[in-house]
Write a protein that binds this ligand. Structure first.
Ligand code: PFF
Length: 478
C-alpha cells in the first residue's frame, strides 16, 4: 500500500489549521456580531464558549483524526458503533459551505481585479459608480459571477490536487504570514483615519451601538450566547470533520493540546484584528454603509477605498481584497480536503494507489454545480431564491437567497449537531480516556487538561451545544 503523506512540520500543520479557521467569517461576521451584541461582553462570552466548547471539540477532533489516521468518514466508522454515520454529516456540511464559500471567494477575486482597474483607470474599474451600484450590477451579471466562482473552485482544486504537504501546507505556510502582514498594513491605515474611533467604540464599548442608534435594541443574553456560539463553531471550523482530517495528517510527536489552544488563540486574534480594520474604516468613511455580511465586504469597503485620495484607495483595495482571497482559499481547501480525504484513503487501502487528482476533480465538479446556483442567484437578485424556485411563499423569510439557505443548513444545523454528537460519542460511548491516551501518545507528554476535558465533554459541552443549536435554529427560522 502507498504511504499516507502528512504535514512536513508542526508549523505547516498550524498554518493550515489556522488557515482553515481564519476565513470570511472572521472578517464580516465577528466584528459586526461583537459590536451589535455588546462589545466586550460579547468577547468575554465568546472566549468562555471557546474554552468550554471550542477547545473540547477541537481537541476531540484532532485526537480522533490522529488516533485513527483517517479522514472524518472513516474515523467515525473506525471508532464508534452508534455514531458511525456522523462523518457523512461533516462531508455534507463541507459541500454546502463550499457552495457559497467559492461564490464569495470568486467575488473577492472580482474585487481585486476591480481595484486593479481603478488603479490604472481602465474600463474594468468602478467607472465612477458607487459601491452599492457596482455590487448590484455585478450580482445581476450572472455569467460574470459564475466565471469568478468557477475560477475560485479551480484554484482550490489545484491546491488540494497538490497533496497535503505539496499543496495545502505550502500554500498556507506562505499565505497565512502574508495575510497577517497585509492585515497589519490595513489596520494602521484604518485606525489613523479621522473618525476611526467610533468604529473602535462600536466594537468594544458595551451599549454604544444602541445608545448611538446603530442598532435599535440590545439583544437578550440568550441571543448573545447563541450568536457567539454559532460564530465560534463556524469560525473555528469545528463540528464537521475538517479538524479530524487535518489531525489525521499530524505526526505523533506533536502536542495536540498546545496546537488546539494555538489555533483558537490565533483565530480569535485575527477576528479582532479584522475588526480593527473594517470597523474604523466603515465608521470613518462610510458611516451609513452596511455593517456586516457580504454587503460590508463588497459595498461598504469598496466605498471606503473609493473615497481615499488618488492611487492610495485602489492600492489599499487590492491589498485588502487579496488578503480576503487568501483567507477564503485557505478555508476552502480544508473543506475540499475533508471531502476528498475519505475517497483517497479508500482507494489507497484497496491498493489502487493515490487517486487524489481524480477525486479532487470529481468533488470539485459537484461543488461547482452548487456554486453556479449560488452565483446565478446573486444573493437573491435574480428571481430564483429557494422560496421562489420551490414555490414556498410561506418560507420567504428564511430563504431569501441560496447562500442563506445553504448557510442555514450547514452552519445553523449540521455543524452544531456534528459537534454535539461528537462530544456525546467521546463522553458516553468510547470514553474521554481515548482522547487522553492519544494526547499522551506524544512521548513525555501528560494531558494536563484531562479533568477539565472529561467534565466538559460529558456534561457541560453537550448542554451548551444543545443551547447553541436551539438558538441557531430560532435565529434562522425566526
Ligand atoms: N472558519 C471559516 C470562516 O470563519 O470563514 C469557515 C469554515 C472553513 C468552516 C472550513 C468550516 C470549515 F471546515
Amino acid at each position: 500500500m502507498e504511504e499516507r503523506k502528512g504535514f512536513g512540520s508542526n508549523f505547516g500543520f498550524l498554518m493550515a489549521a489556522v488557515g482553515s479557521a481564519v476565513g470570511l467569517g472572521n472578517i464580516w461576521g465577528f466584528p459586526n456580531k461583537m459590536g451589535a451584541s455588546g462589545g466586550f461582553t460579547f468577547l468575554i462570552i465568546y472566549l468562555i464558549l471557546a474554552v468550554i466548547c471550542g477547545f473540547i471539540v477541537m481537541l476531540g477532533e484532532l485526537a480522533l483524526g490522529r488516533k485513527t489516521g483517517k479522514g472524518a468518514v472513516a474515523a467515525y466508522h473506525a471508532i464508534s458503533k452508534r455514531f458511525k454515520w456522523v462523518g457523512w454529516l461533516g462531508v455534507a456540511s463541507a459541500f454546502l459551505i463550499m457552495s457559497f464559500y467559492c461564490a464569495l471567494g470568486g467575488y473577492c477575486i472580482k474585487y481585486v481585479v476591480l481595484n486593479v482597474g481603478n488603479l490604472f483607470g481602465t474600463g474594468f474599474g468602478s467607472n465612477g459608480m458607487n459601491g452599492g451600484d457596482v455590487f448590484g450590477a455585478f450580482l445581476t451579471n450572472q455569467s460574470e459571477g459564475v466565471i469568478y466562482g468557477l475560477i475560485f473552485v479551480v484554484l482550490t482544486m489545484l491546491i488540494v490536487m497538490g497533496g497535503v504537504s505539496g499543496g495545502i501546507e505550502k500554500f498556507c505556510g506562505i499565505g497565512m504570514p502574508a495575510l497577517f502582514v497585509m492585515l497589519l498594513i490595513c489596520i494602521i491605515r484604518a485606525c489613523t483615519l479621522p473618525g476611526a474611533v467610533n468604529g473602535l467604540k462600536y466594537m468594544f464599548v458595551p451599549g454604544w451601538a444602541v445608545a448611538n442608534g446603530v442598532i435599535a435594541e440590545a439583544p437578550s443574553i440568550f441571543e448573545v450566547i447563541s450568536t457567539a456560539g454559532g460564530q465560534m463553531f463556524f469560525s473555528l471550523s469545528i463540528g464537521m470533520g475538517a479538524m479530524i482530517t487535518y489531525g489525521s495528517y499530524l505526526d505523533k510527536k506533536e502536542h495536540l493540546e498546545k496546537n488546539a489552544v494555538l489555533i483558537i488563540v490565533m483565530d480569535t486574534l485575527v477576528a479582532l484584528m479584522a475588526g480593527l480594520c473594517v470597523m474604523p474604516a466603515r465608521f470613518a468613511l462610510d458611516p451609513e454603509g452596511p455593517i456586516g455580511g457580504p454587503k460590508l465586504l463588497f459595498i461598504t469597503m469598496q466605498n471606503v477605498f473609493d473615497s481615499m485620495d488618488g492611487a492610495i484607495g485602489p492600492i489599499f483595495g487590492i491589498i485588502f481584497y487579496l488578503l480576503v482571497v487568501l483567507a477564503a482559499v485557505s478555508s476552502s481547501i480544508s473543506l475540499l480536503e475533508t471531502v476528498v480525504a475519505h475517497f483517497v484513503d479508500k482507494a489507497r487501502e484497496e491498493g489502487k494507489g493515490d487517486r487524489r487528482k481524480k477525486y479532487s476533480l470529481i468533488a470539485s465538479i459537484l461543488i461547482a454545480l452548487l456554486c453556479v446556483l449560488v452565483c446565478v442567484d446573486g444573493l437573491g437578485s435574480n428571481g430564483i431564491a429557494p422560496w421562489e424556485l420551490l414555490k414556498l411563499d410561506g418560507y420567504k423569510g428564511w430563504s431569501d437567497c441560496w447562500l442563506d439557505f445553504f448557510d442555514m443548513i450547514s452552519e445553523g444545523v449540521f455543524m452544531p449537531l456534528g459537534g454535539l454528537l461528537m462530544t456525546l460519542m467521546i463522553g458516553w460511548e468510547i470514553g474521554p480516556e481515548v482522547v487522553k491516551n492519544e494526547c499522551e501518545a506524544t512521548e513525555g507528554h501528560k494531558m494536563s487538561s484531562y479533568p477539565f476535558f472529561k467534565v466538559c465533554c460529558k456534561y457541560i459541552t453537550p448542554l451548551c451545544m444543545l443551547l447553541i443549536l436551539y438558538g441557531q435554529l430560532k435565529s434562522f427560522f425566526g
